[in-house]
Design a protein around this ligand. Structure first.
Ligand SMILES: [Zn+2]
Length: 466
């Protein structure tokens, strides 16, 4: 099945391929680095990671740009309050974001671009919009006049007729369904840091950074633009208005949006106490693989209900796959090939690929994997599995893991090494021999705290990780 996506712009499922050569020119909205990113943010970033992998699985090359929003109202407010420069303030959260991406095994885009490195480009774009009569200034700030862009509303499918004139906003946070002229350039308030530019002192608004960096690196028309569903309006609508006013061409051919994440059935919020950063969830003892699996398991256009029970089920699901893999690699099977099972394997591989190509239907793709694992396990149990069936089964698991990336356990940084365990066991044996049982018990306790279980057997001490 050819790759197809639901396009927010057309409100249809459409077959996807890049417009020029074999490279997908894509832009996805990145983090605002004013704090640690939460699991709702990572739902979207995990979706983007799956999207990249599925595009590549279809033979496409990628040129993917993601912005780092390192200047906005909240960043300025916090940096000023902490007497830090913007750079010093955002560096901490940019680094944390990249570490979190590594934790979740998210690939880096080909270009990761900070907004503050492109101020000159943004100023030049605003000057061009002004030359085209799309802007006006007020109190030193420059606004985009929405009434000059007749296509406004075509992405969010909101009807803004009669709601466009006059009013304007200069904050980065908007009320829903509130169409107002938006700030392209904001004059500094008292005590705020500012760039000195030909259009006056100040800083860029949030929307202009994405338009400018997308066009700069990818050209006037992108193949694909993606982000969270909360960005459809006003952010992406405003990106379209600015970009198309600048170039006179369609800004992006495909728009993909990932739905919200709920926590235990409720909207995540600090006041409800159900607001979690990725770090919070990992600190509760959940593995990054389980978190990644849970975030990936629900198709991106469905709301995802993040629950701690769901995380445990995710860990169990991963264990089933790891055990299956171990069985394939360690057990021996009679020679030959079970033809029926070989056909079953091929069908499962095809179902897996087709499900992903069907607008990234990860739930169906996972169902194809687990139904196959169940059948293959029972073929092993009944002695019908043959040596020739092992390699295709392992290849299917590899294929699965090239997208889902959960089979390798995360190595915990402070985990005790095998050699350290062995030397402590030797020390314990020596302590026992010299009848220092208190020390021997102490070592056993110490190892247990680090997740190492000792078993005294006739043939010596065996140990395993908890
Ligand atoms: Zn954006």
């Amino acid at each position: 099945m050819a790759l197809r996506f639901y396009n927010t712009l057309s409100q249809q499922v459409e077959e996807f391929s890049p417009a020029r050569d074999n490279t997908v020119r894509m832009y996805t909205c990145g983090p605002t680095v004013y704090d640690f990113a939460h699991i709702g943010n990572f739902r979207t970033f995990t979706f983007v990671d799956l999207l990249r992998k599925c595009l590549r699985a279809n033979g496409f090359l990628l040129d993917h740009v993601m912005n780092i929003t390192d200047v906005d109202d909240k960043i300025i407010r916090n940096a000023v309050a902490q007497h830090k420069s913007l750079d010093d303030y955002t560096a901490v959260y940019t680094k944390a974001f990249l570490e979190d991406c590594d934790t979740l095994r998210l690939e880096r885009p080909e270009r990761l671009v900070p907004a503050t490195a492109h101020i000159d480009d943004m100023v030049a774009a605003i000057e061009r919009l002004t030359a085209g009569s799309h802007t006006y200034t007020s109190d030193g700030s420059t606004y985009f006049r929405i009434a000059t862009f007749p296509g406004y509303g075509k992405l969010s499918h909101n009807d803004f007729s009669g709601n466009l004139a006059g009013a304007r906003v200069d904050v980065d946070e908007y009320e829903k369904a509130d169409a107002r002229d938006f700030a392209l350039w904001k004059a500094p308030k008292e005590g705020e840091p500012a760039w000195q530019t030909p259009i006056g002192p100040g800083r860029p608004g949030w929307h202009i950074e994405c338009s400018v960096m997308a066009i700069k690196y990818l050209g006037d028309t992108l193949d694909l633009h993606a982000g969270g569903v909360d960005l459809v309006f006003p952010h992406h609508e405003n990106e379209i208005a600015q970009s198309e006013s600048l170039t006179g061409k369609p800004f992006a051919r495909f728009w993909l949006h990932a739905e919200f994440l709920m926590v235990e059935g409720q909207k995540m919020s600090k006041s409800l106490g159900n607001y979690f950063t990725l770090r919070d969830v990992v600190a509760k003892g959940h593995s990054p693989e389980a978190i990644r699996y849970l975030l990936a398991s629900v198709p991106y256009r469905k709301q995802l209900n993040f629950t701690f029970d769901g995380l445990k089920s995710a860990a169990t699901a991963i264990d089933r796959l790891r055990n299956f893999k171990l069985r394939l690699e360690s057990e021996s099977y009679p020679e030959g090939l079970n033809e029926q099972l070989a056909g079953r394997t091929a069908a499962a591989v095809e179902a897996f690929g087709n499900s992903l190509n069907d607008d990234l239907n990860t739930a169906e793709a996972l169902a194809a994997v687990f139904e196959y694992v169940r059948d293959a396990n029972s073929a092993m149990d009944s002695g019908e599995f043959r040596g020739g069936n092992a390699a295709p089964a392992l290849a299917f698991l590899d294929r699965f893991d090239s997208i889902f990336k959960v089979l390798q356990p995360t190595v915990v940084a402070n985990e005790i090494l095998d050699s350290e365990v062995e030397s402590m066991i030797a020390e314990r044996a020596a302590a026992k021999k010299s009848k220092n049982f208190a020390r021997a018990d102490q070592i056993r306790e110490q190892l247990l705290e680090q997740g190492i279980i000792l078993e005294d057997t006739k043939s010596g001490v065996r140990w395993k990780r908890k």
